[in-house]
Design a protein around this ligand. Structure first.
Ligand code: SAM
Length: 209
């Protein structure tokens, strides 16, 4: 196993949020190299492709679980400049700060109440964050609350986690209650084609009602 694969295993085996945060703090400086060089991480560009089909370039966008800012960099390339990032890990946020693409970076935890106003954002994007052992399906309630009516929520998700991680129930119940409606969902994409070609993600796009 490569060093990068060992680091991924180590982070993903965290027993709780506190340890997960600590391990991301440690990984932060190597993260971009590991993900781009060893794994060929496609998540940021794929999700931003989908967001850009619906969201105007002037939109206020929250990058939820921004990590080192790879999504912010993709957004900036497509002309988005009104960007806020949030993440549980200060170490990851320190790396994101160096990219100079976010106007604000906040340490917060998905799955807990977020310190943003109702309808504060025109769109929320979250890539590689909603998954087992990271941000739970219940995080979506707060993401809906902080997105304005008519705004968009775009996120990547593993198909097996959608089925078995509580997401199918949460996403369906938000539709049934009239909180959001599904706009589109991407085909399954090999999201780590170099290091873990068996891992697939889909990008989900919802409009908040
Ligand atoms: C795999 S990285 C993805 C980072 C970035 N979105 C990207 O595409 O490169 C996962 C990020 O989610 C953050 N994270 C995990 N669980 C979280 C939670 N419950 N609340 C906030 N951030 C969380 C981690 O600190 C880490 O920065």
């Amino acid at each position: 196993m490569s060093d990068a694969e060992n680091r991924v295993q180590w982070v993903y085996s965290s027993p709780d949020n506190e340890e997960l945060r600590r391990r991301y703090d440690v990984w932060a400086r190597e993260y971009d190299g590991d993900l781009e060089r060893d794994f060929g991480w496609q998540g940021p560009s794929l999700a931003v492709d989908y967001l850009a089909r619906h969201v105007a370039s002037t939109a206020a966008i929250l990058d939820a679980g921004a990590g080192t800012g790879l999504v912010g960099v993709e957004l900036q390339k497509r002309g988005y400049e009104n960007l806020v990032g949030m993440d549980m890990s200060e170490g990851m946020l320190d790396e994101a700060r160096k990219k100079r693409v976010y106007r604000q970076l906040d340490q917060m935890i998905l799955g807990e109440p977020l310190a943003y106003r109702d309808g504060e954002f025109d769109a929320v994007i979250s890539v590689g964050v909603l998954t087992l052992g990271h941000a739970p399906a219940s995080s979506l309630d707060e993401l809906v609350r902080i997105t304005r009516a008519g705004g968009y929520i775009v996120f990547s998700l593993r198909p097996d986690i959608y089925m078995e991680g509580g997401f199918i129930q949460k996403q369906t119940s938000l539709e049934d209650s009239g909180a959001w409606k599904l706009v589109e969902v991407s085909p399954k994409v090999k999201i780590l084609p170099k290091g873990e070609p068996e891992v697939e993600h889909q990008v989900w796009v919802y409009e908040v009602i």
